[in-house]
Design a protein. Sequence first.
Length: 286
Amino acid sequence: MNPLVFAFITYLSWGLGDVFNAITARTLGAERALLRVFIVSALLFLPLIPNHIHELSNATPLIMMAVIALGGLQLVGNIALNKSLRLINAPLALTIFSSYSALIVVLSVILFREPITIMQSFYISLIFMGIFLCTYVPIKEKQSNEYKRGVFLAIVGMACIGVFFTLVQPIIAIIGWFWPIYAFTVWIPILWWLHIKEKKESTRVSWKIALLPVLLTALLLRIGDFSFNVALDSGLTPIVAPIAGSYPTLSVLLSYVVFREKLTIRQTIGILLALVGIIALGFVGV
């Protein structure tokens, strides 16, 4: 199949998956939603293990420890995103979170001494300018603690996923993409404990209410992961990566349509600037 088809599948799957994840998080709670998505995701990826088990022969104990630690970063980043989605506007939370692409470039320059172009620097600045505009609240305007916490958690989620995708690059070069992504399963017991704790502290919600969003979230996000890596294996990274990486345009637009949450003019301008920066960075960064 044409790799461009897989790239567009990734775009649609990640964009739609983020919206269903927002619905799930708001219905069940951050940890309860993520636990169910993780379990379904683990089951969906289970049939792929036989095809990737041989890759573990290249893994040293240090690499395995790093993979598990990076799985923990995925856990923290996704919990932070889910909590943020419950506190602030979904388009705002998703825009901040999806800006991790800019952080990846910055960290790659710092850690791996990768070169950075003037255009990359410009679009990274555009992304951070957009985030500033859509999160900044003048002193004269009332800023609730809930809003502050939601913005902070979205930034934490963005930072965790940005660090994950930066540090996972040399590991993928050794053992492939599957195991670093599948490492989240190691943390399911911890997530289960957090789920029990959250369940005791919040109102009781039947899991059946969010069954369909949970299944769709896991299915769409994992299809996106699989399609993206299949597309990259084709060797057309300069074409595939920008298309797939533009998925925030879909998730932010759909979240606005689904939740109908009001945004200020400043927030709208900030979100648009950040999205333009994310898309442009994808095209100049490969």
